[in-house]
Design a protein around this ligand. Structure first.
Ligand code: ADP
Ligand code: MG
Length: 286
């Protein structure tokens, strides 16, 4: 087995505008090389979803996304039957005086994300993003265990479908609840923390190249202070980018008081947080 090239992957991620630190690049590289699912946890806006998107671009694999929510069931996640089409087939067979074709064949099968991810034709497989798994009910986790163990699915009316090329699986959780140990055991794990100020400056400059370095630096510093201020919802990288873009649009070259007041709603999103942010703004504006 060739050894895993972490620096190489980090460079390729950078090429698609995703800056991973060494820990995250290592976790991703191992997950890809060993085809083990990777569970990424972290606060909202730290780059979990985008990590999966970036990996798909790096490997030129199709991204199959399953957005989880309360009540998500197998019909939405795995497969369903096209009832309308089945009905039509029965009717037209009746009209022609024939027997209906096999109603549980390929033609009537609706491939939802978990099944679609097994069907990738490229050798790299698909990247399957199971996003915000903490929102789904825990019975769904139990189903996933089987799926992740063999990258195959048994459909009672149809048979077993196995992946020709196993997908790269990335699960994300905002940690609104703990996941089962059994699921965690199956996955590699990485906690994405908020970036350092230097990394955040780099991300802002990479994503918003027209913004001045001073402004990027000011915003990254201010956001770091805000994250330490006991807010109900700490701003993520998404908010830092929104804030910078807004400030830039307002004509700010540096983070000055008047601009802060006008733009806080792009970076904190609860009334009580706006109050707190106004109070701590004194420490980061000149
Ligand atoms: N390491 C990173 N490099 C570049 N952009 C990033 C990085 N992390 C986050 N972003 C950007 O921040 C935003 C939020 O990221 P996202 O993946 O949606 O967060 P999450 O899924 O953790 O809530 C996106 O616009 C993303 O492009
Ligand atoms: Mg996300």
């Amino acid at each position: 087995m060739t050894s895993i090239d972490v620096a190489g992957l980090a460079a390729r991620l950078r090429d698609v505008s995703y800056l991973a630190d060494r820990g995250l690049a290592t976790a991703l590289a191992c997950a890809v090389a060993m085809r083990r699912p990777l569970l990424l946890e972290g606060d909202a806006g730290v780059g979990k979803t985008d990590a999966a998107r970036a990996i798909a671009r790096v490997y030129d694999a199709s991204l199959v996304r399953l957005q989880c929510y309360e009540g998500l069931d197998l019909y939405a996640a795995a497969y369903d039957w096209n009832y309308a089409k089945q009905l039509l087939a029965i009717r037209s067979a009746e009209a022609a005086g024939d027997r209906a074709a096999d109603l549980y064949g390929e033609d009537f099968l609706l491939r939802r994300p978990l099944l679609a991810a097994l069907g990738a034709e490229k050798e790299n497989g698909a990247v399957l993003l199971i996003d915000e798994i903490d929102r789904a009910d825990d019975e769904f986790e139990a189903y996933l265990l089987e799926y992740l163990a063999d990258f195959a699915m048994t459909i009672p009316e149809f048979g077993r479908i196995a992946a020709a090329h196993p997908p790269i699986v990335i699960l994300t959780s905002n940690r609104t609840r703990d996941l089962h140990d059994a699921l965690k055991r199956r996955c590699f794990y990485y906690w994405i923390g908020h970036p350092t100020v230097e990394r955040e400056i780099e991300i802002i400059r990479m994503r918003l190249p027209s913004v001045s370095e001073d402004l990027a630096r000011d915003v990254a510093g201010a956001v770091a202070i805000l994250r330490d201020s006991g807010l109900r919802k700490a701003p993520g990288i998404a908010e830092a980018l929104d804030w910078t873009q807004t400030l830039d649009a307002l004509g700010a070259r540096r983070l000055e008081r008047r601009f802060v007041d006008d733009s806080l709603g792009t970076v904190v999103k609860y009334p009580e947080d706006i109050e707190t942010a106004r109070a701590v703004a004194k420490t980061f504006v000149q």
